[in-house]
Design a protein around this ligand. Structure first.
Ligand code: JCF
Length: 668
């Protein structure tokens, strides 16, 4: 009878181990969560009934162990090495040359892998069972964090396969994936606790928790990059050893490349391009000589091997002084706080401005002129202030106050209910909005007046020669001549281009008007539906709602645009000045097949575009943009600060992408 129970316990344990592996390592679960829970609870019941069959490597034994009492010291049997750095291709070549000199030939086989930005960990298996895990510490001795490491679901408590060595020490990096980091921080914020500064600190802080049940609630990941003490020979090269480790069921650092110097150089470029779309933070690429006999021959100096190096990426974060906070006015009057910075080199360029998004963000960060701030520039996105280092404040600094009036035209500012942005109510009285509005009006997808560029518009607005788009059609050659860099010929070209733009289509004209939330696609739908400007201007809400992709918000913007006497006057002026929007060429590529039937939701901050711009683009591709996540959601775009929507989407198994991936999908 009892042997039956033992067999059942063993069968259940093995089955659960396999499911853990499929779920946490392969990312491809075979059964559902509730089926998994049934297996686990049967095993737990049997283990309670037959405690003599409760083994240390049972899958029930991840959590629920006693908290560690401080962390005991673990002496590493082989030192845990760190890596030397190279910056740039020249230093990379020098590294290869140094290696070649030492071994007498050029190493034909090199490997590269992403350098994960987490903390190093050594895990010891004896006879295939996890017995000890230790942090790197000073490389000679680290801290015993076994109980905590047992809660990391992707780390097997028992190795797979029959031929595992008596002793196997695996070294790797513990990381918190970007999404898991955002989730953890929003959970901490909801509980009123302090946020972690970055995923690495969060991973380190979590691993050093004394209570394993807290660690278990932190979704840490582990990826192996090498071995320490091993009783058997696992192969002749780094790549072979990594293959073996993977066969034992341990996740390895993905993205291992084997190749010559040229191939590795190319891998660096590829990795740099991929950096922001990877699920975890990386800060460079690790390069190794692949052959183990050559590695041995090269040996190591002090604390780093001679056979490996880290080719670092340009730092994405740097600290600098916040000189001031300015307020910028956009086309729709949105007032955005901009951080003026002591110039700092970050993400490969010198940055002297960064966005602070909105006033709430200024308050959340408690940013004040004179503060030391951390700037982040990832990829091509607009640099942002991620943190204020209040610990560097040596004296009282002035608060940043919400502006009372538009910094450009002094009109009253308004903040719509539920919106974070402040808006100038000046409309086209405001020079900043005039300029942005004019830029939009002449842009390629609107009236397409090439020859009237940003610089010229700036001058025309500053000199008050042009106030409204209609004024463009009043321009005369002689007004232009004499302006900066404007000779006779170029003045004539500008006038010619403006003249040609008078013949346009209804949809271009509607789009050019710059009605809020009416982008290319909506303008096209409106033009098609109403056929004439008069038809549109007479439409009431019900008639507007009958148009494809016009909802209550868009319709209210349209109604209030045409309700404005000022706007109607401008339209009359256009007519009088000879602007003719009766051309029929639709000029609008029918791109709405791509995402039709899809529902997208945006959450968290966006950096390179506004929400309106993204929504517009999505609609133009045929997608619906919804405000909340449901089973109907196709994709969630999650930016920094995403909270409950992200968690819900994860629970529903909805596809989640970040801004960089979104830009790719949307061809932006
Ligand atoms: O991903 C890493 N952070 C990483 C660190 C990868 C490696 O292959 C490493 C490392 C530290 C030391 N290799 C060594 C020898």
């Amino acid at each position: 009878m009892t042997t039956d129970n033992l067999e059942r316990i063993q069968a259940l344990s093995e089955s659960i181990r396999q499911h853990d592996y499929h779920y946490h390592v392969l990312d491809a679960p075979v059964i559902g969560d509730s089926q998994y829970d049934i297996l686990l609870s049967e095993l737990k019941t049997l283990e309670v009934a037959y405690p003599e069959y409760l083994f240390e490597d049972s899958p029930t034994q991840r959590v629920g162990r006693k908290p560690d009492t401080g962390f005991a010291e673990v002496i590493h049997r082989l030192p845990m090495l760190s890596l030397d750095n190279v910056f740039g291709v020249e230093e990379f070549n020098q590294f290869i040359n140094r290696v070649s000199d030492r071994i007498g030939v050029s190493p034909q086989e090199l490997t590269s892998e992403p350098k994960l930005d987490g903390l190093a960990l050594s895990i010891r298996y004896e006879k295939g069972v996890l017995v000890e895990a230790a942090t790197r510490g000073d490389g000679k001795a680290g801290e015993n964090v076994t109980s905590n490491v047992r809660t990391i679901r992707s780390i097997p408590l028992r190795l797979q396969g029959g031929d595992c060595p008596d002793v196997l020490e695996v070294r790797g990096e513990v990381v918190l994936k970007k999404l898991d980091f955002e989730r953890l921080n929003s959970r901490l914020a909801e509980a009123g606790e302090k946020n972690f500064v970055n995923p690495r600190n969060a991973a380190a802080g979590s691993l050093r928790q004394l209570d394993p049940s807290i660690v278990a609630s932190r979704p840490l990941s582990f990826y192996a990059y090498g071995v320490g003490k091993v009783s058997n020979n696992l192969g002749r090269s780094h790549s072979e050893v990594m293959g073996k480790i993977q066969d034992f069921g341990i996740p390895i650092n993905p993205g291992l490349v084997v190749g010559d110097r040229k191939r590795i150089e190319q891998a660096y470029v590829e990795l740099l391009a991929e950096r922001d779309s990877l699920p975890y933070e990386i800060d460079g690429m690790v390069i190794k000589v692949n052959r183990l006999d050559l590695q041995e021959k090269l040996g190591f100096v002090a604390r780093a091997p001679r056979f490996a190096t880290a080719w670092k990426f340009p730092a994405q974060e740097a600290s600098t002084c916040l000189l001031d906070v300015d307020w910028q006015v956009g086309r729709t009057g949105a007032i955005t706080p901009v951080a003026r910075l002591e110039p700092v080199f970050v993400g490969g360029v010198t940055v002297s401005n960064a966005t602070l998004h909105n006033f709430d963000e200024v308050q959340r960060l408690d940013a004040r002129p004179g503060d030391r701030v951390m700037i982040r520039r990832a990829g091509d996105v607009i640099p942002q202030v991620v943190r204020v280092m209040t610990e560097f404040r040596t004296k009282a600094l002035p608060l940043v106050l919400m502006p009372r009036a538009c910094p450009v035209c002094e009109s009253v500012l308004k903040r719509a209910k539920g919106e974070a942005v402040l808006r100038c109510t000046g409309g086209l009285v405001c020079n900043a909005q005039r300029l942005e509005h004019l830029k939009h009006f002449v842009s390629r997808k609107a009236m397409d007046i090439d020859g009237v560029g940003e610089k010229l518009l700036e001058v025309l607005v500053a000199k008050e020669i042009v106030r409204t788009p209609a004024d463009l059609f009043r321009l005369e050659r002689d007004q232009l001549i004499g302006l900066e860099r404007m000779a006779e010929k170029s003045a004539e070209n500008v006038i010619g281009a403006i003249d040609r733009a008078k013949q346009t289509t209804l949809y271009r004209f509607l789009y050019a008007l710059g009605i809020r939330e009416v982008g290319e696609a909506t303008a096209h739908s409106l033009a098609k539906h109403f056929g004439s400007l008069g038809g549109l201007m007479e439409a009431d809400e019900a008639m507007l709602l009958a148009v494809d992709d016009v909802g209550p918000i868009v319709s209210s913007h349209i109604l209030s645009f045409f309700a404005s006497e000022k706007n109607c006057r401008v339209i009359d002026e256009f007519r009088v000045l000879g602007v003719d929007w009766s051309q029929t060429d639709s000029g609008f590529p029918d791109a709405r097949i791509e995402l039709s039937g899809e529902t997208w939701v945006l959450t968290g901050a966006l950096e390179s575009l506004t929400r309106d711009e993204v929504s517009e683009r999505l609609r133009s591709l045929g997608a619906k943009v919804a405000g909340s996540v449901s089973a109907k959601t196709t994709v969630l775009v999650a930016g920094p600060g995403a909270g409950s929507k992200l968690i819900k989407a994860q629970a529903l198994g909805i596809k989640i992408i970040d801004e960089a991936q979104m830009l790719k999908v949307l061809n932006l």
